[in-house]
Design a protein around this ligand. Structure first.
Ligand code: ADE
Length: 264
């Protein structure tokens, strides 16, 4: 059995929520193989009163309830003191106000030994948690969820698949959507190559309801296939996510590729 290389501690008021989502596919396999571990902590266990209160009304007025600081500070300090073989690396608050998650951040987090995830809830979390407890505030996208639990599952999923040993072919993560070519991410190098979306994929049957797989993919000409895939990935990125190409300028080679006629 392999040694766990990454431990997640998730702080939530809905511990039951995590029963399903972490029980399938790659995350389940990684947990079974002991490559990662996940511990769920009920925030209410760290409340200071017999009603197990974890929220209160916002100072200054307004709708809804705000998660109080004391239970969260107590929870994180108790978690961090458990299991010294896993020193806490980052404490991440999931919230709609956070920095938007990118594949670059996912890669960075996958190098950690231990991540504490705090699921925000209600109308918000006392800002002292954001400022003095969390090392990061992360949002999974520009929309508002009812809480951070789904976002925590998303974070666990995309980090786990980057942990060495989880994917059968770890190299496949180097060429997928949002991955920059290795040369572009070397420290000290200016990022020139943009991160782009993955190319389209096809599988059997070759013809389905009159829709044919592009014949070039059946040609066995690997050099041409590689160019075609790059071209399709660039086209898709320009069509669906032009914002990704705003910051990096396309290479002359890519510009030429976009003008190339491919037979098939
Ligand atoms: N909580 C509410 N909305 C969220 C979002 N978009 N990302 C992370 N946590 C959230």
């Amino acid at each position: 059995m392999s040694a766990t290389s990454l431990r997640f501690d998730i702080v939530t008021i809905f511990p039951e929520f995590f029963r399903g989502p972490l029980d399938f596919g790659m995350v389940r396999q990684a947990l079974k193989k002991n490559l990662v571990s996940v511990a769920i902590h009920n925030l209410r266990d760290h409340a200071g009163d017999r009603h197990r209160t974890v929220d209160d009304r916002p100072f200054g007025g307004g709708e809804g309830m705000v998660l109080k600081p004391e239970p969260l500070f107590r929870a994180v300090s108790s978690i961090a003191s458990q299991d010294s073989s896993f020193p806490a690396c980052r404490t991440i608050l999931l919230s709609a106000q956070g920095r938007r998650l990118t594949q670059e951040t996912v890669r960075e987090l996958a190098d950690c030994r231990r991540l504490i995830l705090i699921c925000g809830r209600y109308e918000g979390v006392d800002e002292r948690v954001t400022d003095h407890l969390a090392t990061d505030e992360v949002s999974i996208g520009d929309y508002v969820l009812s809480g951070g639990e789904l976002a925590a599952c998303v974070l666990v999923d995309c980090i786990v698949r980057m942990v060495p040993g989880v994917l059968h072919n770890h190299r496949s993560t180097l060429n997928e959507s949002f991955s920059r070519p290795a040369a572009a991410t070397q420290p000290g190098k200016r990022i020139q190559e943009p991160a782009i979306l993955d190319h389209p994929q096809y599988t059997r049957p070759e013809s389905f309801r009159g829709l044919d797989v592009p014949p070039l993919l059946l040609s066995g000409d690997h050099r041409k296939i590689k160019l075609w895939r790059r071209r399709k990935a660039l086209e898709k990125t320009l069509r669906n996510r032009p914002d990704l190409l705003e910051y990096g300028c396309l290479s002359e080679e890519d510009k030429r590729l976009l003008e190339t006629e491919f037979e098939g």
